[in-house]
Ligand binder design. Structure first.
Ligand SMILES: *[C@@H]1O[C@H](CO)[C@@H](O)[C@H](O)[C@H]1NC(C)=O
Ligand SMILES: *[C@@H]1O[C@H](CO)[C@@H](O)[C@H](O)[C@H]1NC(C)=O
Ligand SMILES: *[C@@H]1O[C@H](CO)[C@@H](O)[C@H](O)[C@H]1NC(C)=O
Ligand SMILES: *[C@@H]1O[C@H](CO)[C@@H](O)[C@H](O)[C@H]1NC(C)=O
Ligand SMILES: *[C@@H]1O[C@H](CO)[C@@H](O)[C@H](O)[C@H]1NC(C)=O
Length: 305
């Protein structure tokens, strides 16, 4: 007969698997446009899915998305002019037009200067924030802090940003990015919670980059049940709403196969049963993004150190 301790351990390890099948209103779509978007887009916008929100790294909604999902505008980088008000004006225009804008995101990976980072200095970001983001608060919009990378440079950049703001950037929630294993993700969330106590968090990009299929699926299961049970994580969006042969974070993490069918992870994310479809790659595509993987390796290494 198993001891009580064993039973508790079994319950603790079994729980995430059972929970992984559940739907979650925290889930959203991190929309990535691609040459197959026109056929793939509707997969994420189906009314039956459990997704509730999306962002597309841009200021305006994705064409064809008609309101099943709440749109979260993002100011991706800093405009070149220090009087530019395009982001503020566009978001205000969406609200005035009757769109339900509850949140905005700001600065995609500003501490990253290669492979998708917006490469913005903390000072420029602070000035831009005070001019274009902070005033949105008066319109009832909740503000996401800059979405830094999961590398150590991310927290350093964020600290510099808040210093440069001198108390004038009142972020309501903290977006996080993570590419690595589950232990690294949990420790990253723990560090964010310790540094920014009482701030709710969104995990706006995450995946176990370049893991094999079974590790990717185990990571997916563990991380979704982790996010679902932590109250202060209110939103999450998996990085993988694209076909496996175009993935820059590994073939097996993708939510669509090279033919555009939902993979198991894709189906689970939408609250559906596994499809059994196995994603396949395209060597040329993966090699093209090799530079990006270095960022991942650094981030993953840091969690072990
Ligand atoms: C992930 O969870 C699903 C149920 O949602 C389960 O069928 C599958 O075996 C799990 N996979 C791993 C690797 O934990
Ligand atoms: C507006 O969006 C928020 C956040 O997604 C949601 O909680 C709320 O129910 C939405 N309101 C309406 C009227 O749709
Ligand atoms: C922050 O706001 C205060 C009060 O309005 C102002 O005096 C100060 O210059 C602002 N700091 C920055 C960095 O904008
Ligand atoms: C988050 O930090 C608070 C203290 O600010 C702590 O009580 C709580 O346990 C932490 N949560 C997790 C999941 O680490
Ligand atoms: C977090 O919130 C709790 C409860 O409201 C409060 O007691 C505590 O001082 C806050 N911590 C920080 C660091 O703001």
């Amino acid at each position: 007969m198993p001891s009580l301790a064993t039973l508790i351990l079994l319950a603790a390890t079994a729980a995430p698997l059972a929970l992984a099948q559940l739907t979650s209103s925290k889930r959203g779509l991190c929309y990535v446009s691609s040459k197959t978007s026109s056929t793939d887009d509707k997969i994420w916008d189906e009314s039956g899915s459990d997704l509730t929100w999306y962002y597309n790294y841009g200021t305006s909604p994705t064409s064809g998305y008609d309101g099943h999902l709440d749109f979260v505008p993002m100011l991706w980088g800093a405009p070149s002019s220090d009087t530019d008000m395009t982001f503020y004006n566009t978001v205000k225009g969406l609200i005035d037009g009757g769109m339900n804008i509850s949140y905005v995101l700001a600065f995609n990976e500003p501490d990253g200067c290669t492979s998708g980072g917006s490469c913005v200095s903390a000072d420029t970001a602070a000035q831009t924030w005070i001019r274009e983001i902070e005033p949105l608060k008066k319109l009832g919009v909740k503000l996401g802090a800059p979405a830094v990378t999961g590398a150590p440079s991310g927290f350093t950049w964020l600290q510099n940003f808040f210093t440069a703001c001198a108390g004038n950037c009142s972020a309501d929630f903290l977006p996080l990015h993570w590419y690595g294993n589950f232990e690294g993700l949990a420790s990253h969330v723990g560090q964010a919670n310790a540094t920014y106590a009482n701030m709710t968090m969104w995990v706006t990009e995450y995946a176990y980059a370049d893991a094999d299929l079974s590790d990717s699926q185990e990571f997916y299961n563990q991380s979704s049940s982790f996010f679902d049970r932590i109250d202060y994580i209110t939103h999450y969006s998996y990085f993988g709403a694209f076909r496996s042969d175009t993935s820059n974070v590994g073939v097996d993490t993708a939510m669509l196969t090279q033919k555009g069918e939902l993979t198991d992870i894709g189906a689970w994310y939408l609250g559906m049963d596994a499809t059994g479809e196995v994603p396949k790659g395209d060597a040329a595509q993966v090699a093209k993004f090799a530079g990006w993987v270095i960022v991942v390796a650094v981030a993953a290494f840091w969690t072990i150190a």
